[in-house]
Design a protein around this ligand. Structure first.
Ligand SMILES: Cc1cc2nc3c(=O)[nH]c(=O)nc-3n(C[C@H](O)[C@H](O)[C@H](O)COP(=O)(O)OP(=O)(O)OC[C@H]3O[C@@H](n4cnc5c(N)ncnc54)[C@H](O)[C@@H]3O)c2cc1C
Ligand code: SF4
Length: 495
């Protein structure tokens, strides 16, 4: 039996859990239907950039939903969680009405529960491996919604618990970038007793959580509370500091930093390289979302405006595309369209985001691919040519390959185009550090078990290693890197 299994078993055997299980027969638990997350009306919410779509479960709703969980002997839900949250324990604390203990349980393994409860693709992770999904073929326990509830309850109660940290060991380590990978790394390292500094190139801490994901899905104030918690644990944040430009790794080493975790993300936008793509009014989703989220571009009072198109086309089918098109709708677009070359089934965006986008009146042009843009005499895009597609055999990603339908081209009027067809790793660090082993895609190569790179004191994780993944996978990498960097530094000390 592994240590983790023993821990789970010991926790499950506790008297309060056994009592709670006895309180309601399993057949009554499974007879209940999944509680729906309350949402803001689509007609109301599209008028606000900063009002959250999901409004959160009440305490009573959360307890009813938590009572569906069977507190399984073998909680398969945990297998689906990249940071191994003790799911039944936190869910059962909710059923019991002890919401603060539920939040504490989340923080045993996750540095950002209020964030994960909002943006994780639970339907592909813990909820996909829940007993209800796998064996009963019913709607899974709403683990993500419960996670959000517990974290929000704790924040709103004013009694945020700060996880305990070990006494300072005097060793300095640095994290490069301040996205979820670094934040989760920093949280664990500071718990082990290290002196942790996070260096961030931008003026805001949080990476994509701040500059990418819009307020209507993840309010910045939620991220700030989690950052504040890390700061209370002792993590230091340095803004406007580009590692590789403001200072090199050698400079940082001479300041006493003994090891580094590189989590510089995948913020380099990709374009399609089709004719006319350089016209004004065509921009990457990164630029569009960063301008709106971090530079107040939607406000007339700021001097960094963004074009507010009437006919807006967003190219792509991922989360970034959904966030861009829904932002454009909120900024007043009459037609806000998704143009995606495969069908709805292949869309990589979260199911919930696609559903919300549809409710908000976003038009989906699936099996459609842009092939050329046209502009007016001032070079401003005013029309795009689209080609229809059909689906062939699955490709290496397992999704059916789009095939061109010859002679199917048609034009539509557009005055703003946002290209969200993927991102590449931020190239600065891989190009600055010559000895660093980098893949042909520009991602940093690491040992998958330890996250250690070809340079022993340099570890890496998140999108700079995966090339564009998810918040929770980035956080899982951060935790893995922290555990192995700790081991590496301890062994070094013994020598
Ligand atoms: C619009 C959008 C929506 C998304 N929606 C979801 C979602 O709903 N659910 C989900 O799970 N995932 C989502 N993702 C993906 C997810 O956000 C990323 O996988 C995750 O943020 C990666 O984390 P990271 O820590 O590796 O890097 P990032 O969050 O990208 O952070 C990297 C940070 O490093 C900084 N940096 C780069 N180079 C340097 C340097 N040299 N020195 C100092 N700092 C540097 C950057 O400025 C940046 O702040 C979304 C992504 C985008 C763009
Ligand atoms: S698998 Fe589902 S029912 Fe079982 S413990 Fe996990 S959340 Fe509860």
């Amino acid at each position: 039996m592994s240590t983790n299994k023993e821990y789970l078993q010991t926790e499950r055997d506790k008297e309060w859990r056994a009592e709670l299980r006895k309180k309601m027969p399993a057949k009554d638990r499974t007879a209940k239907v999944r509680t729906r997350m309350p949402e803001l009306d689509p007609f109301v919410r599209i008028q606000y950039q900063d009002r959250e779509v999901n409004t959160g479960l009440t305490g009573q709703q959360a307890q009813v939903e938590a009572s569906r969980c069977l507190d399984c002997i073998n909680p398969t839900c945990i297998d689906g969680c990249p940071v191994s949250i003790n799911i039944p324990k936190f869910v059962k604390y909710i059923e019991l009405g002890n919401f603060l203990e539920a939040a504490k349980t989340l923080k045993e393994t996750s540095a950002l529960p209020a964030v994960c409860g909002r943006v994780c693709p639970q339907e592909k992770q813990c909820e996909a491996t829940c007993f209800y999904t796998v064996k009963l073929k019913k709607d899974p326990v709403a683990i993500g919604h419960l996670e959000r509830f517990a974290a929000d309850y704790e924040r709103e109660s004013g009694s945020m618990s700060v996880p305990e940290v070990a006494p300072a060991n005097g060793k300095k380590v640095a994290a490069i970038g301040s996205g979820p990978a670094s934040l989760s790394f920093a949280g664990d390292m500071v718990k082990f007793g290290y002196d942790v500094t996070v260096f961030e190139a931008l003026h805001e801490i949080g990476g994509v959580l701040k500059y990418g994901i819009p307020e209507f899905r993840l309010p910045n104030k939620i991220v700030d509370v989690e950052l504040d918690n890390l700061q209370k644990m002792g993590v230091k944040f340095v803004r406007n500091f580009i590692v590789g430009k403001t200072a090199s790794f050698e400079d940082l080493k001479s300041e006493g930093f003994e090891a580094f975790f590189v989590a510089s993300g995948a913020g380099l936008p990709r374009f399609m390289n089709i004719p006319g793509e350089n016209y004004n009014g065509i921009l990457s989703s990164n630029e569009y979302l960063t301008r709106v989220n971090l530079m107040n571009a939607a406000s007339e009072q700021f001097d960094t405006p963004v074009i507010k198109g009437k006919n807006v086309a967003v190219i792509g089918g991922g989360n970034t595309a959904m966030d861009s098109v829904r932002t454009a709708k909120r900024l007043g677009a009459e037609r806000a369209m998704i143009i995606y070359r495969r069908s709805r089934e292949e869309m990589p965006a979260r199911v919930e985001e696609v559903h919300h986008a549809e409710e908000e009146g976003i038009e989906f042009m699936n099996l459609a691919n842009p092939i050329e843009y046209f502009a007016d005499e001032k070079g401003m895009v005013n029309r795009m040519r689209i080609q229809r597609m059909t689906l062939g055999e699955p490709d290496s990603s397992g999704r059916r390959r789009p095939i061109v339908l010859e002679g199917s081209e048609y034009d539509i009027p557009v005055d703003l185009v946002i290209v969200a067809v993927g991102v590449s790793p931020n190239p600065l660090i891989p190009s600055e550090v010559k000895e660093l082993k980098v893949s042909k895609w520009g991602t940093i190569e690491v040992n998958e078990e330890t996250m250690q790179s070809s340079i022993p004191e340099l570890f890496a994780g998140g999108d700079i290693v995966r090339g564009g993944a998810t918040v929770i996978l980035a956080m899982g990498d951060g935790r893995k890197a922290a555990a192995s960097m700790d081991q590496y530094l301890q062994e070094k000390m013994k020598k």
